[in-house]
Design a protein around this ligand. Sequence first.
Ligand code: AHR
Length: 305
Amino acid sequence: MVISLVAAAQVAAAGKPLRVGFAQTGAESAWRTANTNSMKSEAEKRGIELKFADGQGKQENQIRAIRSFVAQRVDAIVLAPIVETGWDPVLREAKRAGIPVILTDRSIQTADESLYVCFIGSDFYEEGRMAADWVARAVNGQGNIIELQGTPGSAPANERRRAFADGIAKHPGLKIIDSQSGDFRRAGGKEVMEAMLKKHGRAINIVYAHNDDMALGATLAIEEAGLKPGRDIIMVSIDGIKEAIQAIIDGRLNCTVECNPMFGPKVYDTIERLKRGEKVERKAYNKDLLFDATNAREMIASREY
Ligand code: AHR
């Protein structure tokens, strides 16, 4: 009798939906919305109970969300960390509770690599390198660059900045004349660009934005200043959202390097494998493409985000 009750409990446990807590950064960009949608729709498809927490751009909100996931004893925690540092104490709490943590999209700096199981996302350094190479070729290694940075302290801002600087260092004629954060937001990109145009005027030849939303915001500022983005100022960014590819077709943007946000399926595959006791890859990177005038038209129809 006792044995059959245990078996029944095991069957019930096996039939229980997975409970996953997802601490998202916020809703700062079109990329982020696509990422959230991918995580939510894939959870629904698989019958996974997703507890979604919007961090609203604040690390303390994400930390609070993780603590509540630990208290609810979820099966796994997915974290898209807004910044790179300051996670060890809360991740230690998750580890002590035996809850695996999967980092998605952004990585962290930690003294203890055992605090998370794996990372799933893009190689931000590679994206910045691709953008720098494209710029160097497009302008023949000559020009003054304005850089619109993402959220200070975030992995994509740090890596895209470092990679781009390394990439253009090979071309002494390319110079970053100013660099400021627009926080990955469209309004931020517009505001910073307005200030840059006032300060540097026609000395600006190129804009390198750490994401499409800031680049699209900057195009509005450039147009309001009576200039043509994409022609008077070369515009390069990262993400590859549909609107950016359309802007390339319209001649207002010149290049965007893809950063694929649709990794809901990969994340839940990983969690399901962990639950079956299987090994998972420590770092799984998406393969990112580059879009410019040579391929934007053929890519736009199939773009999901
Ligand atoms: O971490 C990925 C970055 O965050 C994307 O490039 C940006 O659009 C987002 O907000």
